[in-house]
Design a protein around this ligand. Structure first.
Ligand code: GLV
Ligand code: MN
Ligand code: MN
Ligand code: MN
Length: 412
């Protein structure tokens, strides 16, 4: 890997190993946590780690860690502090799981780039003074069990493992059953072994014009399920005035969310809905929707969700239905370590520093470790959809940037 061109070529080759895994006919990916596709990616992780002599451990929460340790014979240790001695490690990585029909880059790019950055550093003869660990976090999207960043929340103690064990997927399977045991929950012993976390991720919007940037903040955001109950009845015989139609309340709620978000320069999305019984010629008895809401600050987010819930509840009163909002997962505002972001942006030649509306494991980890994110340009501005992409040259620039950052953070 002596030139930029070599790096582009290497990136393409490694990327091609993953591109068929979990791909649907529309080009999007179905890589739900612990599904056969995601397990195939975990197998790939193990193989990549083995080929680099990086021992793999897991934390009992579904998260994987592969470590390049400077000390020969430190097999199995995930950090230099595993034995209470030595400097803390540098953690990097991302997630394999996708949203339904998501893009190829959201998540896997950070893991692939981490392994290639290790290769680059080794090829240059660099020897880290502290361990470098590549992580694959579980269920970042929450597409299977509903809670975003479930793996990193469990690792850091941000969610009760007993509650997590009971989360069910769309088939009614509980997380505890899928794992074969309740998740281990908080592992302060592991987290304390690291001195920094750096996650590389595709940018996911149109905010980055340069190949690479550094994150400053993540908007506060969350998911609220809303359950609307009405009365199932015949579409042909039920007078319009006799109906208690939950679909009307649902539709109004979607419009209210859109309006309230626009009023606040915030974001509101209803991207998932379940209708019971889901028949063309029956008034539904129930509609369940999910509101994803995000805003630049926590007060605005709270006001947005409150306004939507208030309007929806009033509307339910007029429709003769009932509506209930339940928070499924929420993430407060994340401000990444400002000094670290500025230092890394400078190291990379003055690349842009920018906030994002997308959630990341880095947001969860940032409450426990100095944390930074590198973004790779997203030329289409499309993400969580099959059209998500990134140019090979930008991905190679991302690997180069991550290598420089890991070198900087692990050299002393
Ligand atoms: C995760 O990608 C999210 O921001 O929803
Ligand atoms: Mn995502
Ligand atoms: Mn992601
Ligand atoms: Mn995300």
């Amino acid at each position: 890997m002596s030139s930029d061109l070599d790096l582009v070529h290497t990136f393409r080759e490694v990327w091609a190993e993953l591109s068929g895994i979990g791909r649907a006919p529309d080009g999007g990916y179905l890589r739900f946590a612990w599904s056969p596709a995601e397990v195939a990616l975990r197998d790939w992780f193990h193989a990549q780690a083995a080929s680099r002599d990086m021992p793999v451990t897991h934390d009992g929460n579904g998260n994987l860690f592969a470590t390049w340790s400077p000390a020969a014979g430190a097999s199995g240790a995930v950090s230099g502090r595993g034995d209470g001695n030595g400097p803390g490690g540098v953690l990097t990585g991302s997630h394999f799981d996708s949203v339904p029909h998501g893009g190829a880059f959201d998540g896997p790019l950070g893991i692939v780039s981490a392994f290639l950055a290790v290769d680059l550093l080794r090829a240059r003869g660099f020897r880290p003074a502290r361990p470098i660990t590549v992580a694959a976090f579980a269920e970042e999207e929450g597409s299977r069990f509903g809670v975003a960043c479930l793996g990193s929340r469990l690792l850091t103690g941000a969610i009760d493992p007993a509650r997590a064990a009971e989360l069910t997927d769309r088939d009614g399977l509980a997380l505890g059953d899928v794992l074969g045991a309740a998740p281990a929950g908080a592992r302060p012993d592991l987290v304390a072994g690291f001195d920094a976390y750096v996650e590389l991720h595709v940018e996911q919007g149109r905010a980055l014009a340069a190949p690479v940037g550094v994150a400053s903040a993540i908007w506060p955001h969350g998911r609220w399920r809303f359950d609307v109950e009405g009365e199932g009845n015949h579409a042909g015989t039920t007078l319009m005035s006799d109906r208690r139609d939950p679909m009307l309340t649902y539709a109004f709620t979607v419009l209210a969310a859109n309006k309230e978000a626009r009023l606040r320069d915030a974001h509101a999305t209803v991207g998932r809905v379940e209708v019971t019984p889901n028949a063309t010629n029956a008034i539904p008895s129930a509609v369940r929707g999910w509101l994803d809401a995000r805003a630049a600050d926590e007060a605005t987010l709270a006001a947005l969700v409150e306004a939507v819930a208030k309007k929806a509840t009033e509307r339910a009163g007029r429709d003769g239905t009932g509506i209930r909002f339940t928070a499924e997962s929420t993430t407060g505002e994340v401000r990444f370590d400002e000094g670290l972001a500025a230092r890394l942006a400078g190291l990379l030649g003055g690349v842009p520093i920018l906030p994002t509306g997308a959630g990341h494991d880095a947001g969860v980890l940032s409450a426990h470790l100095p944390t930074a994110m590198l973004f790779v340009r997203n030329p289409t501005g499309v993400s969580h959809a099959p059209a998500e992409t990134a140019a090979d040259a930008d991905c190679a620039a991302g690997v180069e940037a991550l290598a420089r950052v890991l070198e900087e953070l692990s050299s002393t």
